[in-house]
Design a protein around this ligand. Structure first.
Ligand code: ASP
Length: 333
């Protein structure tokens, strides 16, 4: 009762406020927030030239700007995450779309997923090798709504039906990634040893209508075999969004992220346990580490908090919000 009276008193005070105050309250437009990543890993300022650092930062800033433009224009979170990701898919510096890592057999097989926090509609694809923007294909699956997860030839056929842009498989291949596969084979290295970092890309957003979305796109791990699928396209592992609590995109050693159910686990800790986004993300990343996995996550909440958590020495990352926050970073601090 007291609470109801207080609320009425508050409403009355707001209604009878001076025009200036009323104007101020409308001017405080609902906030938006965006976070992106381009992979986590062993990143050492001494191992990257100033030029390389600047190039990565510029690429992150361009992706961030593309997502921000959508949100600032009143666009939806699901559109913003795709706008940020398509740029990184085209950029050979990242392990997604063009510049994806090679499978053991010497092919580029792409995975992607998106999820809309409004209705938890989701779309995911794995093992595609001709679709220029796997993230757009994942969203076409989501919008179609009959299925959530498509693979290989079927996913390519669906892309054709939807008129999505395709490229010859060679378009995705880069010399640096081919050379990484050769080194992995010659020296019997693991995917992380050969790359020192995971280059998956992802984005999470809150739009000014209060809706959340998440998206992730990747070539997976260098030398992956037998149709291996990582966490990125698995809803709940590498990608998850729920308007009630958070949106998450992950990067790292996918097998561990699948076993922990990382993205959903972070949201569950927040929703059921009342954890803050940072403590939920840190706790879940600690679990990944305990099992032997490396990587990181980005998280955005309905109140616009954008947090990073990674158990590696760096993560290509960026965040921006309607509060004026705008930053990109690579190394730990
Ligand atoms: N998580 C991705 C996978 O395991 C790899 C990455 O993050 O780069 O497929």
């Amino acid at each position: 009762m007291i609470r109801i009276i207080t609320r009425f008193a508050l409403m009355f005070a707001m209604l009878s406020a001076t025009p200036t105050l009323a104007h101020e309250s409308t001017a405080a437009a609902p906030g938006w927030s965006l976070a992106i990543h381009g992979g986590a890993g062993t990143m050492d300022p001494d191992r990257m030239t100033a030029q390389q650092q600047a190039e990565y930062k510029a690429a992150l800033q361009a992706a961030l700007d593309a997502g921000v433009a959508v949100l600032r224009g009143g666009g939806s979170a699901i559109e913003a995450v795709q706008a940020a990701i398509v740029l990184m898919e085209d950029d050979p510096k990242f392990n997604a779309g063009r510049g994806a890592v090679f499978t053991w057999e010497g092919a580029n097989e792409l995975d992607a997923a998106v999820m809309d926090g409004r209705d938890r509609s989701a779309g995911a694809v794995t093992g595609v090798s001709r679709v220029r923007h796997p993230i757009l294909l994942a969203d076409a699956v989501r919008q179609d709504g009959r299925h959530v997860f498509l693979s290989g030839a079927g996913a390519e056929e669906f892309a054709g039906d939807k008129g999505l842009e395709t490229m010859p498989p060679e378009w995705f291949a880069t010399e640096a990634r081919r050379e990484a596969l050769e080194r992995l084979k010659a020296n019997k290295l693991s995917a992380l040893d050969v790359d020192h970092k995971f280059g998956t890309v992802g984005a999470v957003a809150l739009d000014s209508q209060g809706h959340l979305a998440a998206g992730t796109s990747t070539g997976g791990l260098t030398g992956k075999r037998w149709g291996r699928i990582g966490d990125a396209p698995m809803i709940g592992a590498g990608t998850y969004a729920d308007d009630r609590v958070c949106a998450v995109s992950a990067t790292g050693a996918g097998e561990y992220f699948i076993r922990v159910g990382v993205a959903h686990e972070i949201c569950a800790r927040m929703r059921l346990g009342g954890d803050s986004p940072q403590s939920a993300a840190d706790a879940v990343m600690a679990e990944v580490k305990e099992l032997g996995g490396d990587g990181g996550v980005i998280v955005v909440t309905p109140s616009g908090e954008a947090v990073f958590s990674f158990n590696t020495t760096g993560m290509y990352r960026g965040r921006a919000a309607s509060t004026g926050l705008n930053e990109v970073a690579i190394f730990e601090n």
